[in-house]
Design a protein around this ligand. Sequence first.
Ligand code: SF4
Length: 591
Amino acid sequence: MNPGQIKTVLIDGYLDEPSCLGVPPYVSPHIRYIYGSLIDGGIKRTNIEYLTADDYRREKEQNLASLAAKDLVVIMAGTTVPGNYLEGRPLSLTEIKEISEKITYPTLVLTGPITLVWKNLPNSKEISKNLDIITSEVGAVELYLRLCQQGKKKREIAADRLRAAYKFKAKQSDLSLEKLKNQSNVIASALSKWALTGAEIFSRHPKFPKLIAEIETCRGCPRIKGCKFCSEQLKNIKYQRKPESIIKEVRAIAEKNIHNFRLGCQTDLLSYTGELELQNTEMNGQNSLLNKNSTALEYLYKGIRAVDPELKVLHLDNINPGLLGRNKKLGEKSIEIISRYNTPGDVAAFGLESADPEVLKANNIDTSPQETFEAIKLINKIGGRREKGIPKLLPGLNFLVGLQGENSATYKLNLKYLEKIKNAGLLLRRINIRQVNTLGSYPGLEVKRSSLKELKKEVNEKINRPMLRKVFPQGTILDNIWPSKIKGGLTYGRPPGTYPILIGIPGQHLDKEIMEVQVIDHGYRSITGLPHPFAINKANIKELTYIPGIGESRARRIVLEKPQNQQELKEVLGPSFPWENLEPLNLDFSN
Ligand code: SF4
């Protein structure tokens, strides 16, 4: 069939992997590349339907019937790291199985990170029988090449060169720089071209315009021999995207009215060079690639700012703390660049994974507790300055449990390490303790539930809450909050961005697109915020009781007496009320 006649559905099953996030509000670069490659391969825009996992599920039977009537169904999926999502549920293996069983006529393609670990998934062999194509690695390239073959005509991108590049697999023993450079550049430039067309996905997304564009800077682990548990090493194709291409992509997305960006699709932003540079990879015996200058990073950040004057969010993900801690001078320059051009509330997630040196050694992790501590200090020093009341850039810390080499002392070492950070007056925006994913071939250790529960409890009480109090002091006004869910008497919302704080807002506010809130209380991993300005005389009893120190009887008195100013409010609340809870707040006394 000529590509011009192919009726296609592109299912965005969402992805979450160590180097990339594509669960709403994030839109992954990979789904955009695929969309662009389908169009470049000759499929008409009007013949491509974009369906998210949530939309598929909402009207499943109807969607299955509609899928069955198409010619091509492409499913992109794969969460290779564990996660909790507020605004979207990734397509499950059971759902993929069901689709594969119920649709027979269309060519069914599976792509995305799920294909990297496919063989290890339960029933994958059986499901594979119903799949026509499983594209591992870069699915957009394979789809484009197949369409070119089918269309029997030359397309804009030299398909032959792309074919040669795609077939190339960079084996560890085969890391000749020239070879790798030539091959990967062809793929990277094709993806960058498709990324421009792929920007059209945003306006087709059901959550438009409340979306964040996840942007890819480079692909693959920069180390020759990576951490034992990480799925990134399963990627054979590695590339660096040119800063000019990324800037063009940002411009194309901004033209679609999306102004929230995260440079989140890479394993380490400080290893971004803008070109593949694999010489001098031996760093401290850890085989890491070090970006020896920050030129590409500065060019990139500056360029992004220039092409989107309406930019609202520019955040990042993933920085290797080992590189930063070992190369402070170079690191300082990069962190200065990032925190000059980024927007406040940015987080550099550090994968220390364990404070136990034996575990780090057993898993070939590229950092030490001391190097990570230095990196935390450095980010606090440069990124800790506040803009709009919140720090520009803070570190986050990831821990994994179930790693090889762990013993009963490991959890204690983790807690002690966090206490050391707190006692040094340093801030962490977020601490993530997760169980290692055994989806690949990594034989994780069994985790003792009670010990993990105890660790999480201690971290919550001793570290998380005090840190949140410092990062978001009472009275801080946070703008651009997206309300998304109601539970109990609270509306839950988040600011768009990297590792956004969860905010419980008293009352029902789903009718609002965005909100401004002021912080009144702190949980372990979330905060409570009142709408700003807070019309105290318009709030009901339940809403008022979320203010620390106001119980039901004080709330009743406020509702009855409707104080008209601070003095009257003080009298209503009585002398024993901890007034310091309300002092930092901006209150509106209108009736
Ligand atoms: S350094 Fe380790 S965690 Fe990071 S991408 Fe490489 S293997 Fe994965």
